[in-house]
Design a protein around this ligand. Structure first.
Ligand code: DON
Length: 575
């Protein structure tokens, strides 16, 4: 028989050993690999986009023998027709590509400021930012990069003729397509703004209002796309289309001229690479801040054995928020177009720097953002971007995030050419310390300069596991893009969720300034919310955050699409 004291001793020892065992197991097995797909699956290929018609176009191009690049180019042009709030030829974006042989590349087709842009162009005589000037109307647009970007991408790896990959978009614009309920609602909501800015009807205005199932035809856009089909980038940056763009600019006091268009070049940039446990992360470097911030956060979080926490619990949320605050503070200070001033990328994602940044994190105590800088999130209108992910049957993967910034960009419709121009100029820092539409702060690194690219948060990302393709992921959402991508990755890698579950899971976001947690409705239980409130956190319910369209490659080679169908019209198709 054990005496009482030796029994207690035995129990203590047992608990300590058990604790140690759990700690070791949790520490060693941070990565769960057993998830089963719950989203659409295929053993061949997968296309996931925000527009059902564009998803079909991508899948059709793959069926015709195209590869992931052909499908991506076709989808980009199809989205310009069927998803005009974000899909575009009047905007820009970033592509991350991983070829089946392991080669990876990132393409920057971000818009640029006009040669006539200047640092203080949005300030009044008293040096105050003029509200709305960088957001609406002709002065808000940067020189579009999408057409040049698609041409470069296709030139690199496309196997189908250029004409063939653009044709589906031309057909959609010519024959028309049925709009969804969500589109009808969005078009109706923007009627007045379209008329305010353009002073005339455009194909998206309709006095009696739009209904789901209505057909939209875009003949001018079809003609523009035909010029691009027949002449390549010249069909956009020169000739008739360029003439229509410059006429539009002149009529509304915009800056972009013929020479700006002629000079635009998309750029291949070195992919930004990092690691998270067994995963390699391939993502977009500057002029997007997304990749740097994502790698900083993943590497920082790797130190915390996250799988000890419950998903979206208070301690988990606190840790993510602490890491997010630090990454977004760095974003505001250091990041901008690397062609204008060096961005210390290597330093920002170095182990030593991240160790130093993480050292200040206390698992229970909140670090207030307030003693650094002040900023207010003032969302003046809905914002839109779109991300799509494609994997073909050879295992080539493409993720593209593309945008006109706000819904329908600047709302300026290029008369006769049939498309909206972006309002990407708002992504510059118009004045240090004054937040943009996403509440993001910036300084000199992201000030306006002629021909400079404005800083982005777009984060198209590819993950490899043990050297093989594992995930293609990305999202719209302005400043929330980076944390949406981060959480989707954590959901799959730390919490063992399927692609669909990882996309469906509720999201939250903190961007350092303002010092507030934005969250989706019902992200936190009452108990978790109370726990976080006791730590002094404040909250704002944002309804929905992001529209993440992703693909996961399971260990048996099955591709699982993760369309964000609970938040949007997003769909996935695989053969
Ligand atoms: O490049 C950026 O970071 C922004 N222009 C993206 C805008 C955006 O995601 C709006 N979408 N919801």
């Amino acid at each position: 028989m054990l005496s009482r004291s030796s029994f207690i001793l035995f129990r203590l020892l047992f608990s300590a050993l058990l604790g140690l065992f759990i700690l070791l197991v949790s520490g060693c097995s941070t990565i769960k690999t057993t998830q089963l797909p719950t989203g659409p699956t295929s053993t061949e290929d997968m296309v996931v986009t925000a527009s059902p018609d564009a998803t079909k176009v991508g899948s059709h191009i793959l069926a015709q023998g195209g590869n992931a690049v052909d499908a991506a180019v076709a989808v980009q042009f199809a989205l310009a027709v069927t998803y005009p709030r974000a899909g575009n030829i009047g905007g820009g974006g970033f592509a991350v590509v991983r070829w089946h042989d392991g080669e990876s590349r990132t393409l920057d087709f971000r818009e640029k400021a006009s040669r006539h842009a200047s640092r203080d162009m949005y300030l009044d005589a008293d040096q105050n930012v003029i509200p709305g000037l960088s957001l609406r109307g002709h002065l808000a647009s940067g020189v579009p990069g999408s057409v040049q970007g698609m041409y470069e991408l296709h030139r690199w790896k496309g196997v189908l003729p250029w004409q063939q990959v653009i044709q589906p978009a031309i057909d959609l614009a010519t024959e028309g397509f049925e709009i969804t309920a969500d589109q009808a609602q969005v078009f109706n909501r923007y009627q007045e703004r379209f008329l305010d800015i353009n002073h005339h009807d455009i194909p998206l205005t309709k006095k009696e209002g739009w209904n789901a199932g209505d057909r939209l035809q875009l003949p001018d856009l079809a003609a523009t796309l035909e010029r691009i089909r027949d002449q390549g980038p010249e069909g956009f940056y020169a000739g008739r289309t360029a003439q229509l763009i410059t006429q539009e600019m002149e009529s509304g006091g915009g800056l972009i001229d013929y020479e700006d268009l002629k000079r635009y070049q998309a750029k291949w940039r070195l992919p930004l690479k990092g690691t998270f446990h067994d995963y390699s992360v391939i993502t977009m470097g500057p002029p997007s801040s997304g990749g740097v911030a994502l790698i900083q956060m993943l590497k920082g979080l790797e130190q915390f054995k996250l799988n000890r926490y419950e998903h979206n619990s208070a301690p988990y949320t606190h840790l993510l928020v602490e890491v997010e605050k630090r990454a977004y503070a760095d974003r505001a200070t250091y990041m901008g177009d690397p062609d204008f001033a060096p961005v210390p990328v290597d330093y920002l994602i170095s182990d030593a720097y991240i160790d130093e940044r993480m050292a200040g994190i206390d698992k229970e105590v909140v670090t207030p953002s307030s003693d650094i800088k002040e900023g207010n999130v003032e969302v003046v209108e809905s914002v839109q971007t779109t991300h799509f992910s494609i994997v073909d049957k050879a295992g080539n993967a493409v993720g593209i995030t593309t945008t006109v910034n706000s819904y329908f960009g600047s709302k300026v419709w290029v008369d006769g050419a049939g498309f909206f121009l972006n309002n990407e100029m708002d992504d510059f820092s118009a004045k240090p310390g004054v937040p943009n539409q996403f509440g993001l702060l910036g300084n000199e690194a992201n000030s306006i300069r002629p021909e400079k690219r404005m800083l982005s948060s777009m984060t198209p990302t590819i993950l490899e596991k043990n050297g093989d393709l594992f995930m293609v992921v990305g999202s719209p959402g302005g400043s929330t893009i980076i944390t949406t991508v981060l959480q989707t990755i954590l959901n799959a890698t730390v919490f063992g969720m399927s692609m669909q579950e990882a996309v469906d899971a509720k999201r939250f976001h903190h961007q350092w300034m303002p010092d507030i947690i934005l969250h989706e409705t019902n992200t936190f239980s009452d108990a978790v919310m109370n726990e976080l409130k006791l730590m002094n956190y404040t909250f704002q319910d944002r309804g929905k955050i992001g529209l993440c369209d992703a693909i996961m490659v399971h260990e048996n080679g099955v591709l699982e699409g993760g369309p964000d169908s609970s938040r949007g019209d997003d769909t996935a198709i695989g053969h």
